[in-house]
Design a protein around this ligand. Structure first.
Ligand code: BES
Ligand code: MN
Ligand code: ZN
Length: 488
């Protein structure tokens, strides 16, 4: 929708370098012999590349960073971008960094990346991830990004890997589009319709409406949406690429969070369009699994509601009965995400008997105080699953940090009149939220809760995204599934 960036594969061809009219991307290192593409361009520009790479400015670059020479004489290209890259065994994080540098420089012109023998999969994926902008709400959108032409020694051998990188980038872009979309455009109903459209990819989709949720007893979820004109929904995306019990991925989908009767302050409230970030990651991940025909069994469940103040809205002090049967005292209607998740988590376990559950939610402001915008909070009842997730997140460059769960925090959320209350005050706000959720997870089910409030929408560029929606989590969960939930 917003970032129609493509890749085109080419065999290595020195003449094509001379004829390319957009941007040329070369790789070189300071104090090392130029690789053959750079050597060729150096000759055509009468030594400009060698002078650039010998300069102090180039020596000051870190691997993966680059320098651009504009309108080089002797070439048809508009610019030559030289990326600093050690010729021998480039580290994955340097290849990712190079991809981000290339993606950031991309405009509407094509880029010819003269990779030759450099491994391209990660670099291309990160170039595609970085070359993103959300323009759906502009009356006069900029032209699409130009394609990335990839020149390499063996294009046939790389084709499948590049297609995989493109599928992953499309999935992350989908998540970002959903998070960036305003709440008057992306409502519970339009989101559910968009999910229904994903049937075309081979996913099995079910959307439960309010009447069905009422019959089933998801009253905590329904209580959150009862002050909104948008009907609450539960969407289920089923990808059965293998036999056996599924992994369940559960996402918080609060289309907009005003706080409800416990209304949020006005300043910055507009950011609460991102409160469906957990659902957006779930949907992006399910698209990735379907597109790459993953040999894994995964069910995605997203609770879609809007938290509004209204005559019918729930009040502070109300008590609601959850699907599990536990009675919840709603102290603060702004602690709504955990009410939605309590019911969706229970429904997921009750119906699918999953081998593990992972939930994602923009759940607490407190996780931003604890970890900032670079790492998501990881809460888990299973050390092995937590370690596997942290390894996967690290491998794709997404920040994550383990946080504690401990029954000692339960006293903070004990209710005088019901079984549990939905807030525990300011101390350990993210942990009490996680303790609340844990009550709705069967102890023998391995479970991770990811509090993504800090990483979902960023005010400055993040590892692989321009400022705005990051899509954090799609790559990490996909990597976890490849490593631990997929038949090979
Ligand atoms: N959606 C918010 C959490 C949030 C805050 C996400 C900032 C992204 C950025 C959540 O529903 C919320 O309002 N949480 C409250 C909980 C409190 C009332 C116990 C919070 O964090 O203040
Ligand atoms: Mn809230
Ligand atoms: Zn919220």
């Amino acid at each position: 929708m917003t970032s129609n960036t493509r890749t085109v594969l080419h065999p290595f061809d020195l003449d094509a370098i001379a004829q390319h009219e957009g941007r040329l991307v070369l790789f070189a290192d300071h104090g090392a012999a130029l690789p053959r593409a750079a050597r060729r361009v150096d000759r055509m520009t009468r030594g400009a590349v060698a002078r650039a790479t010998a300069s102090e400015a180039f020596a000051a670059l870190k691997p993966g960073e680059g320098m651009t020479l504009a309108w080089p004489s002797g070439l048809k290209a508009q610019a030559v971008q030289i990326i600093r890259m050690p010729a021998r065994k480039p580290a994955p994080q340097n290849l990712r960094k190079a991809g981000v540098t290339i993606g950031k420089a991309q405009g509407d012109q094509p880029a010819l990346i003269c990779a030759d023998t450099l491994p391209l999969r990660e670099m291309v994926q990160f170039a595609l991830l970085r070359a993103y902008r959300y323009q759906a709400q502009k009356s006069d959108p900029k032209p699409d990004f130009g394609p990335f032409h990839l020149m390499m020694r063996d294009p046939d051998a790389a084709a499948a890997q590049i297609a995989d990188a493109e599928a992953m980038a499309r999935a992350v872009h989908l998540t970002r589009d959903l998070v960036n979309a305003p709440a008057n455009i992306l409502t519970t109903s339009s989101f559910a319709s968009q999910i229904e459209g994903m049937q075309a990819l081979g996913l099995k989709i079910e959307v439960l409406d309010e009447a069905q949720l009422q019959d089933l007893g998801l009253r905590a979820l329904l209580a959150v949406g009862q002050g909104s004109d948008s009907p609450s929904k539960l969407a289920i995306l089923h990808w059965q690429g293998a036999e056996g019990p599924p992994l369940a991925v559960v996402g918080k989908g609060v289309m907009f969070d005003t706080g409800g009767i416990s209304l949020k302050p006005g300043a910055g409230m507009e950011d609460m369009t991102m409160d469906m970030g957990g659902a957006a990651v779930t949907v992006g991940l399910m698209q990735a699994l379907a597109e790459r025909r993953a040999r894994a069994h995964v069910v995605g469940l997203v609770g879609l509601v809007e938290n509004m103040p209204d005559a019918r809205a729930q009040r502070p002090g109300d008590v609601v009965k959850s699907l599990k049967g536990d009675m919840i005292e709603v102290i603060n209607t702004d602690a709504e995400g955990r009410l939605v998740l309590a019911d969706v988590l229970w429904y997921a376990q009750d119906r699918f008997k999953p081998r593990a559950v992972i939930d994602l939610a923009t759940l607490t402001g407190a996780i931003i105080i604890a970890l900032g915008h670079d790492k998501a909070g990881v809460f888990a009842n299973d050390d092995a699953l937590a370690a596997d997730f942290l390894t996967a997140a690290d491998a794709v460059g997404e920040g994550a940090w383990r946080m504690p769960l401990d029954p000692c925090y339960d006293t903070l959320i004990k209710s005088r009149i019901a079984d549990i209350k939905n807030t525990g005050g300011r101390p350990a706000g993210s942990i009490t939220a996680a303790q609340f959720l844990q009550r709705f997870v069967q102890p023998e089910t391995p479970w991770i809760h990811l509090d993504i409030a800090g990483v979902t929408l960023t005010k400055s560029d993040s590892a692989h995204a321009p400022k705005g929606a990051s899509g954090w989590g799609v790559l990490a969960l996909d990597a976890l599934i490849r490593a631990k939930f997929e038949d090979s």
